[in-house]
Design a protein around this ligand. Structure first.
Ligand SMILES: [Zn+2]
Length: 68
């Protein structure tokens, strides 16, 4: 992937606070919605923090899928 494409992809993810960009980075301490200080990569700790923040979340909330 070219640098321009990669930068664009990160910029879109950051703008919409998608994925790892929805949480604060525990490594470089940038707030949600900001790129990591490494710019062209996301710290592993941030990816982990995002994974942990979404654990137990389902696309369809459990109550909505419960039979009446
Ligand atoms: Zn970071």
């Amino acid at each position: 992937m070219s640098d321009t494409v990669l930068d664009g992809a990160y910029e879109a993810l950051r703008l919409y606070r998608h994925g790892a960009f929805s949480v604060v980075c525990p490594t470089c301490h940038v707030p949600a919605g900001e790129l990591c200080l490494t710019r062209r990569s996301v710290h592993a700790g941030r990816r982990r923090a995002h994974r942990e923040s979404t654990q137990g979340h389902t696309l369809l909330p459990l109550l909505a899928g419960r039979p009446r």
